[in-house]
Design a protein. Sequence first.
Lengths: 245, 282, 289
Amino acid sequence: MLQFRGVSKHFGGLQAVADLTLAVPAGRITGLIGPNGAGKTTVFNLVTGVFPPTTGSITFEREELVGRRPHQVVRLGISRTFQTPRLFRGMTVWEHVLVAQNHRPGWGGGLVLRGARGRALLEEAREALDLVGLWDARERPAAALTYGDQRRLEIARALGAAPRLMLLDEPAAGMNPAESEALLRTLEKVRAAGVTLLLIEHDMSVVMNLCDRVAVLNFGQKIAEGAPAEVQVDPAVLEAYLGTD
Amino acid sequence: MTLSDYHQTLLLLTGINILLGWSAYLPLATGQLSLGNAGFMAVGAYAASLLTVQQGWPLTPAIVVGALLAAGLGVLVGFPALRLHGIYLAIATLGFGEIVRTFFLNFERTGGPMGMRGMSGTTLGMVWAWVLACGIGLFVLAHARLGLSLDAVHDDEVAAELIGLNVTAVKVGAFGAGAALAGLGGGLYAHHILFIEPGTFNFLESITMVLFVLLGGMRTFWGTIIGAAVFTILPDLLRFLKDWRGAFFGALLVALLIARPWGLLPRRTLRIPLRRLARTGG
Amino acid sequence: MLLQQLINGLMLGASYALIGVAFSLILGIFDMLNIAIGEVFMLGAFFGLALVTRGMPFLPALLIAMVLAGLVNLVVERFAFRPLRGTPPVIPLLSSIGFSMLLTDTAVNVWGSERTQFPPSVRVLNFELGPILVSSVQLVILGTAVLLMVVLHLLVERTKIGRGMRAVAENPETASILGVDARRVIVTTFFASGALAGAAGMLVGLTFSVISPFIGIEIGLKGVVAMVVGGAGNIQGAMLAGPILGIAEVLSVAYLGAVYRDVVVYGLLILVLVVRPQGLLGAVERARL
């Protein structure tokens, strides 16, 4: 579904991503792991068009992403969450999901409740909030949410954009084991809803339990790829993690 | 009951100030502070005046053209403005406003420093018809999905872009629409005051427009109505202050910003559409 | 002729540099723009005027005017900046604009809105340096400006409080962890900024011999331009850009006519902001979380 071919990114003298070739299959949950500073968030930024790669191509279902502006990438069917939640402080929970639907064709442009299409979108928004368990909190201002709820709202908002691929940047960061469990279940539900997931994560329990495939980055290069169990015992991976301790 | 001439004038000016306040409100709603809207007001005023006085146009079409020209300029300025944020944008728009003023100071066709005269025709009904029309537009905007897009861009541009919103279109659009409103206000004002000169459209005027928004609360468009009304009527009530009015308003601005009463206002006045939905959806 | 114009531009630019530095000090360390500096400048001129007309010689009048101007700036800090800590920088900017209005109007009421003569407080001697005529007044202005900037440089680079200022500019959270007294840094910076602006006010009074309560508005904007062209928040940048701006302005009046003067200045501002926003020497970006 998402294909990286020879993707590199330089920032001045610093090489953030080096010659990355990776295929992210549709319908699966793929993990992107690696020590801090390995270039994982840079990869996300390259996909979403925040900045272009120095070389290489990134295709999403045969469509070239390089050269597109971020909102164009989103309209192709990719949405993302952030390492620290970037919510709209002046809006309610509800409104986050609604506004994420705004880019979709045929949203009517007018008042919130307009016609069959409008009602269908509202129904979808309700489903997204239900999936993450925030329906009851829909009228609350986003600024008043707990950290865990903010992360869930980010996922609901990303769902509102109707993605076929969702990029999650450390969704389990700052969560205790109970919250990580809940997150696992939520993400499974997202996958069941037909969304392919690519996630950056440090929490190994999440990676092991959730991901079908894992790619490991170190210093911007892919050093291993495969099923979680394989990667876990790959010597190059062990060296990357343990070697930096 | 007919109002005295004096009160009619006050009401008319209030209407124009509401339009001017909204011209500052729209870019502000997308997170852009513009301190140069007097420039757009000048363009609208001079363009409309040229058309009526020198080309014999009827008033309303002339004002519309003036507003459209101002809008075009607003869009033109809005694009490079995308690169700037916060105080840097504020300074740049300030500089822009000054450049426009200097342009008209040297533009012979509009009389240069001597200004233009001969305009007339603005009536109370006309002004408030425009206020009503724009007000309805803003009301719809505030409660429509597009309003949510503006709020999202205001709160976090990056996140807004990454849920598929064309932030450029929203910001430039708001900038241009604000410019149009300023141009509209300018055209109406010129044909009320009968004489304009470049000094009318200075930095103080730009700041005053922002003051309307601040006085009434930055989060809602109807707050600007209150701000403009207070600011138009108050100077008269405060006549006793005489020469100290400027100082008073400066101090008022400082005090308002410290007190920040608008922080308590919710952004959307009528939650009815969502509430009704919530019941059917729940 | 050209050389004479350059000298005149340099004189003008000396004041712009001082104002630009006054802006950069606050912007570079606190990420805020204090528009009221223009009015502090104007008040410096009037304080100086009041002292000089009472017979005080130039130097003490300058110093006292500087101190008074510094105190005025501290008042601005107390009401326009301190209560608004933590808000986006446009909010204190708007408040400082409010202060600007307040101070201008107050000055109009105290001293009248007409232009006032600034009596010559320096003995006027004219020197001929080859083809150029330089007066002692101009030398005093240039010398004072240079001296003040050297003093500021030493303050920022060589003193403990200066280290504190640089630490806060770098990263306020880290600075407070390292024990930097934030209050002292704030007071010092705002006082220094005000004092420089006040000095510039007096020097401009000396340059042009007439002042009015409205000189603050124009100089405020020009000072901002100087700051931006040199690099926002960059003190050395403002010192460099001030003369450049002064010369540009003088040359545009001489060769393009007075009408284009403001266009050149504001056009330069917009050009820099759009084409090279970091200015000539690079902007000082405060590390933000």
